[in-house]
Design a protein around this ligand. Structure first.
Ligand SMILES: [Zn+2]
Ligand SMILES: [Zn+2]
Length: 141
């Protein structure tokens, strides 16, 4: 990430480095707000705008995957910036990566069959996660 940003002429400040670290380490697909909340204690002068600018810089070098939603919110994956399937819980909004599914190769095959050069794809599975489902059951009360 750092090398790619530097190659773009982007200055790597300690604040930016902290934002990169949260994105690279997080498998939980944070929002810009939650990234901001995690670095604010360490860098009280950093603004939410800095978080957005850093994310935009990373997106321009394909080092972060943005998952935009119809309500205008976005979640970010800097851990796996290439497109991949996601499992999304509609209750607690948890977003999990799904590994080793046929969806990883399917978009390539579809694109090839249609003569497209694949740029990206989106595959979201919406549901209720096991934790939320178990809190639904009367036994849990
Ligand atoms: Zn859930
Ligand atoms: Zn992901």
């Amino acid at each position: 990430m750092v090398a790619k940003l530097r190659a773009q002429g982007c200055r790597i400040t300690p604040q930016r480095l902290a934002i990169l670290r949260v994105l690279a380490d997080s498998v939980g697909h944070p929002t810009a707000d939650s990234i901001y909340a995690r670095i604010r204690d360490q860098f009280p002068t950093t603004s939410l705008a800095t978080v957005y600018k850093t994310i935009a810089a990373l997106k321009s070098v394909d080092e972060v995957l943005e998952l935009g939603f119809a309500d205008g919110s976005s979640r970010y994956d800097g851990h796996r910036p290439e497109p991949h399937p996601h499992l999304i819980c509609i209750r607690c909004k948890t977003i999990l990566d799904h590994n080793a599914s046929p969806v990883d190769t399917l978009p390539r095959e579809i694109a090839r069959a249609a003569g497209y050069r694949l740029v990206s794809y989106r595959f979201d599975v919406y549901g209720i996660c096991p934790e939320c489902a178990s809190s639904d059951s009367p036994d849990a009360e």
